[in-house]
Design a protein around this ligand. Structure first.
Ligand code: SF4
Length: 356
């Protein structure tokens, strides 16, 4: 009797879903804005549990028994509010200012610096008073012109992953399209770029995708879009005429790192549509942590393989008044040289903006 060869059906990889929170809080004044009202409608349509807060940025009854449980729930909780502080922080080296449209993120990247900067408030907070934020941006542009002023929209969040809820990036992009002396940039690990593809951007917004060696994405970036999804989205962004870039961050020294980062650049070159490689930029950021971050990461991701051995690192004074631990000079140099060479091997016309 002939043996029947059963073919294993090809496993379908599901697309990473856009974020839908489990719980939403509205600050009362957020509903005075059309955007707040629109988000409320969306929340009702999706049948998501929601509550009103009693005042500005005060969430007192977040569910969860332990700190870890509270943290996990907070990452799935959306707070809709007003941005009161319209003084923008600096955002070196990628831009002059951080433009605040959201804080917090639903991603679970173990190394994320929001672990510490957001402290006890790790929930996702979005701002609905976009016009006030844009007026403040306009003042910053006027103050510096004819110098160009660059605004980074992803300093405290991943706004692409929230765009289907807020439309905030669309507002910023279309505003910046008419600003001769203003530029917008943001970085993402999500592929949900559809709402941005048909906007008038005037070439004034650079969209960057965060990419990394396979080892880093697989071990440390849960709840973000897969590498292939990010690259496909990068192709769409380039087709839509946006300046495109990649941030390789955090660069992590691990066993087989040369192969890992070499393979990353090779895969980028093989999968990125050729017409997407014009005017391409790269930014490189080595992994760093503070003692506070190390403690929090160990509590929140106790099984993480993230190497944070202080004895293997060098110290560098950080802007938050704490030492950060970076790789020793020889390792930094090896990482920088190797990755730079691979970038220019595959993308000879690209520009490397910085390694930090
Ligand atoms: Fe942090 Fe970005 Fe990961 Fe979100 S996607 S957790 S902002 S590193």
């Amino acid at each position: 009797m002939p043996t029947q060869v059963l073919e294993r059906p090809e496993r379908k990889v599901r697309p990473t879903k856009a974020f839908v929170p489990d719980l939403v809080y509205f600050e009362p004044s957020s509903l005075d804005y059309p955007k707040g009202q629109r988000i409320l409608e969306w929340v009702k349509e999706k049948n998501i549990e929601y509550h009103m807060t009693t005042s500005h940025n005060r969430i007192t009854n977040l569910p969860g028994e332990t700190d870890l449980e509270k943290y996990r729930i907070a990452k799935r909780t959306l707070v809709v509010g007003i941005r009161r502080t319209l003084k923008f922080d600096q955002s070196k080296p990628s831009a002059e200012y951080a433009i605040p449209i959201s804080t917090g993120c639903m991603g679970h990247c173990h190394y994320c610096y929001l672990q510490t900067t957001l402290g006890a408030k790790p929930y996702v907070r979005v701002y609905v008073n976009t016009d006030d934020i844009l007026l403040a941006a306009k003042d910053y542009i006027e103050e510096r012109k004819p110098e160009i002023t660059r605004f980074e929209a992803a300093c405290t969040s991943d706004p692409v992953g929230l765009e289907h809820i807020t439309g905030n990036l669309a507002d910023l992009i279309t505003f910046m399209a008419n600003e001769e002396f203003g530029r917008l940039r943001f970085v993402t690990k999500y592929h949900h770029v559809e709402p941005l593809l048909n906007l008038k951007h005037g070439g004034n917004t650079r969209v960057r995708f965060s990419v990394n060696a396979d080892y880093v994405i697989k071990n440390f970036e849960p709840n973000t879009s897969r590498f292939e999804e990010r690259i496909e989205a990068a192709g769409k962004i380039a087709h839509a005429g946006y300046p495109l870039g990649f941030i390789i961050a955090p660069i992590i020294w691990h066993e087989g790192w040369e192969e890992g980062y070499g393979d990353l650049l090779k895969r980028l070159a093989n999968t990125l549509p050729k017409d997407a490689t014009k005017d391409l930029t790269f930014e490189m950021i080595q992994h760093r942590f503070t003692k506070t971050a190390k403690n929090l990461i160990e509590q929140r991701y106790p099984k993480s393989k993230l190497e944070m051995d202080i004895a293997k690192r060098e110290t560098k004074w950080g802007k938050y008044g704490q030492y950060k631990y970076v790789y020793p000079k020889n390792q930094q140099q090896a990482l920088r040289e190797f990755i730079t060479e691979r970038i220019f091997e595959y993308f000879p016309e690209s520009k490397i903006e910085y390694f930090t």
